[in-house]
Write a protein that binds this ligand. Structure first.
Ligand code: PEP
Length: 694
């Protein structure tokens, strides 16, 4: 009872952890996929903070950003549906194993102020990120260790479809956002926002004090200047950066400052207060800007000139790079200098275009979908383009999830309707043919105990007597067998009522007789009056190197001596997780039994014992047990025909107890159990036997 409660608690814990991880991985992967360039910039920030920028080719941060979002989103979805458990839990655990110490290091050294885990959607400090990762690491370790407890929502037949669709979906989605700007903008430069308002500070709030530092060069010497000591024009501008001098209330936009290149004047207020239209061509690094749509940009400039709109190119590049751009593209528009990070925040495209009026962002275009001559057909106030573009995030989310969830629901619907239904039908068909609880079948129901290396001779005798007494009063609906250590056999066999309890050994030698010190032959076992022998138990395979070939010899000797082998097969945890259980049991059957004649095979009792369930408290679910028992029977049908298969008893073994026996034995292909731990207590063993009396 207590064990059962622990078992349930573990199930609940693992599944809670799994949903927590799934939710966070899906969210984190999704927001990164919405803004792959944002993640790229964050990765570049890290590389630069660690002085590693030159170590990698320029395309790598973006590629890594897409891979990361795909990985996180897909792992989250797989965890959510409980499919590809081994891969998803291992990946989640590995990611957390790497990220947790890394974020501790970031929290301590603080090279970048926000980790970027959730893009701009949810900004955490480095310490918050570290503690979040500690929680996730515990959750990831729990699901990794307890992955067998994860409840799956999709059958094995359709899981590939869910995995494939998820990976494709998120890849297509992030590519779309790279090409067309993020479909949801989490930044303060969202369409419809007023830059002026974003910069304003509520009355009474103390503003942060920033200082812009300008890096200029003269005669090979580079120096930093502020606005106060800005030098004469013999110095060449190289770069600029904002330095936080005193932290105060930080408005959403705090570093929007346009310095006209030609005049050196700050024209921020003039531009933001202009009641006319202004086009801002944003190219944070002009030397890296894509010039493939340069004709459209030049046309846009000509258009703005024609209608008297302002047009500025904002960049943080050096003057000589601006000159190169001018030469290469014929750019005639004026340039303004601005902070690099601000420019990257304004628009996720290099270059990209922003249209503002009265300081309010009316529209934004990526380089790939700039307005062309067919759209720019008149003054802006007569065009749709000139009106405030309406962004409806709720609707966008509906569309995004609609594209993901609807096809997925279709798959799940098919899964439930077709796959599960046919599975259920098959089970019902089988159930109608043979009902194990009513014994309406040719094969026997058997409950066999395996005492293993437990009990002294005296204790064993006492246990056998107690069981004999416990079973004396009523009729059992199954055969009962106890398999004891060798030395107990001769004493136990005469004690028990042979009509009710069979006795068996736990092993026998693979040799008939002779100089094999310490071994006990099949004929010796038979001479004690025992009728059964367990062969191929996973403990003997694992600890005593019993191979299929050795077991084949043992089976033949057991049969030759009139013993009924209870032949054990079953996979280890890794094999189950790799979905190889069928292959494994088939190889075990074929390797030791399938050379037998049909007549000899009919004398064998099989015991399917998943190794991960033996003595561990973990039980295969009734569904898992039935699935593999049915498979085992189907291999016998193939090899020896239906009649032999229908007559073969296949027992289940692995943490079987009174509380789960009934459910396990109710399966049409489960014909009883091979019981380890619970066979050492008469109450428990009888409880299991009684599962057939219900
Ligand atoms: C066994 O060893 O055969 C067995 C099934 O053990 P337990 O019931 O203790 O898991």
């Amino acid at each position: 009872m207590k064990n059962n409660r622990i078992h349930i608690a573990k199930h609940i814990w693992v599944n809670l952890c799994r949903f927590l991880l799934a939710g966070l991985f899906i969210f984190s992967g999704f927001v990164k996929a919405v803004d792959p360039l944002g993640t790229q910039y964050k990765i570049e920030d890290y590389l630069s903070a660690f002085g590693m920028t030159d170590w990698f080719p320029a395309f790598l941060p973006l590629l890594f950003s897409v891979i990361l979002s795909t990985l996180e989103f897909s792992v989250g979805v797989l965890l959510f549906f409980g499919v590809r458990k081994r891969a998803s839990t291992t990946l989640a655990f590995l990611m957390m194993l790497v990220m947790t110490p890394l974020t501790l290091y970031l929290a301590v050294t603080n090279p970048v102020s926000d980790c970027g885990c959730f893009g701009d959607a949810w900004v955490l400090t480095n310490w918050q990120t570290f503690w979040k990762n500690v929680v996730l690491l515990v959750a990831a370790a729990s699901v990794f260790a307890g992955r067998a407890r994860i409840i799956r929502f999709v059958t094995a037949q359709t899981e590939w479809l869910v995995s494939l669709y998820t990976v494709l979906y998120i890849l297509v989605f992030s590519s779309y956002c790279i090409r067309n700007l993020p479909v949801i903008d989490f930044r303060p430069y969202k369409i419809g926002k007023s830059i002026t308002e974003g910069m304003s500070i509520p009355p009474g709030a103390k503003p942060s004090v920033f200082e812009t530092r300008f890096i200029l060069e003269k005669n090979g010497e580079r120096k930093e200047f502020t606005l106060e000591n800005y030098p004469d024009s013999t110095w060449t501008f190289i770069d600029s950066r904002s330095i936080l001098k005193e932290k105060g209330y930080e408005p959403a936009i705090h570093d929007f400052s346009m310095q006209e290149l030609a005049s050196g004047n700050d024209i921020t207020d003039e531009v933001l207060q202009d009641s006319g239209y202004t086009f801002l061509l944003v190219a944070h690094r002009i030397e890296e800007a894509d010039d493939s749509n340069i004709d459209l940009i030049n046309e846009l400039y000509d258009y703005s000139k024609e209608y008297g709109y302002k047009f500025y190119c904002l960049t943080s590049s050096e003057e000589k790079q601006i000159d190169v751009w001018r030469d290469q593209t014929g750019a005639e528009y004026p340039f303004c200098l601005m902070d690099n990070i601000t420019l990257k925040t304004m628009i996720r495209s290099n270059p990209g275009v922003m249209l503002i009026k009265n300081g309010v962002i009316l529209n934004k275009w990526s380089d790939n979908n700039l307005p062309d001559e067919y759209e720019l057909t008149g003054p802006l106030d007569t065009l749709e383009l000139g009106k405030q573009k309406v962004e409806n995030d709720k609707r966008t989310m509906q569309l995004i999830f609609g594209w993901y969830i609807l096809p997925l629901l279709l798959v799940l619907g098919l899964d439930i309707l077709i796959v599960r239904r046919s599975e259920r039908k098959r089970k019902n068909r089988n159930k109608n043919l043979i009902n194990p609880l009513t014994n309406n079948k040719m094969r026997k129901n058997i409950v066999a105990g395996n005492w293993k290396m437990n009990k002294t001779l005296q204790e064993g005798i006492a246990l056998a007597k107690e069981l004999n007494e416990a079973l004396a009063a009523e009729k059992q609906n199954c055969d009962v067998v106890i398999c004891t250590p060798f030395i107990h056999l001769a004493s136990v066999t005469p004690i028990v009522d042979a009509a009710k309890i069979g006795v068996g050994a736990e092993n026998c030698a693979d040799k008939e007789s002779g100089a094999y010190t310490g071994e006990v032959s099949a004929s010796m076992v038979a001479s004690t009056g025992a009728q059964y022998v367990i062969l191929g138990h996973s403990e003997r395979r694992a600890y005593y190197g019993e191979t299929p070939a050795i077991l084949k010899d043992k089976v033949q000797l057991a049969l030759a001596n009139g013993l009924t082998p209870i032949f054990c097969i079953g996979e280890v945890l890794e094999e189950r997780e790799a979905n190889k259980q069928n292959e494994v049991v088939y190889a075990q059957l074929a390797g030791s039994l399938f050379d037998l004649s049909a007549e000899d095979f009919s004398k064998i009792v099989l015991a399917y014992e998943p190794v991960w369930a033996i003595g561990t408290g973990k039980t295969a679910t009734a569904e898992q047990a039935q699935e593999i028992h049915a498979y085992i029977r189907s291999t016998i049908v193939e090899k020896y025909g239906k009649e032999v298969a229908d007559n073969t008893s296949i027992l289940y073994g692995g943490s079987c107890k009174p509380s789960n026996a009934k459910e396990l034995f109710a399966n049409p292909d489960v014909d009883g159990g091979l019981i380890g731990g619970a066979a050492l207590s008469v109450a428990d063993f009888k409880g299991i036997i009684d599962a057939f009396n219900a």
